[in-house]
Design a protein around this ligand. Structure first.
Ligand code: RTP
Length: 145
């Protein structure tokens, strides 16, 4: 019925370890206030293999090893978020990668409010529907964490 008019989309979202430790409740509140349905949620530490899989496009870049370390520095919160246009809407709520840019241009975004630095920048989100399906399957399906 409603979904006929407002087709629902799913995205994969992750709260990085530093933010999961210090700002989980505030971030979850912003997720709910933005109208997302939390279809799945699990708190678990990522292995280095999983972090490397999420960020395989960045393999070989100078910050790759530090990025994997910061992603495995404690439990992350992994979620499937459902909403109309969820992939784009979640990235909008995350804000720009660099927290300084986020504070400047998107002060209401999660990264503006809770990022420590460009690596520990609070949250991750899939950049398109294909990546979203792949990550959801990888985390909640195949690995079953
Ligand atoms: P994400 O993939 O985590 O959702 O973030 P994003 O699309 O905004 O950023 P992306 O370019 O895909 O980069 C992935 C993560 O790598 C770290 N990064 N560090 N030191 C640097 O210049 C640099 N650039 C990117 C960030 O932690 C980013 O979330």
């Amino acid at each position: 019925e409603l979904e006929f008019f407002f087709p629902q989309e799913q995205t994969f979202a992750l709260i990085k370890p530093d933010a999961a430790k210090n700002h989980k409740d505030e971030i979850m509140q912003k997720v709910k206030d933005a109208g997302f349905t939390i279809s799945k949620i699990k708190e678990a530490p990522l292995t280095r293999e999983m972090a490397a899989e999420f960020y395989k496009d960045h393999k070989g870049k100078p910050f790759f090893d530090d990025l994997v370390s910061c992603m495995t520095d404690g439990p992350s919160v992994v979620m499937v978020l459902t909403k109309e246009n969820a992939v784009e809407e979640w990235r909008k709520l995350m804000g720009p990668t660099d927290p300084e840019e986020a504070k400047e241009n998107c002060p209401e975004s999660i990264r503006a409010q809770f990022a420590q630095n460009i690596l520990s920048n609070a949250v991750h989100g899939s950049s398109n529907r294909e990546h979203a399906l792949e990550s959801i399957e990888y985390v909640f399906g195949e690995l079953g964490i």
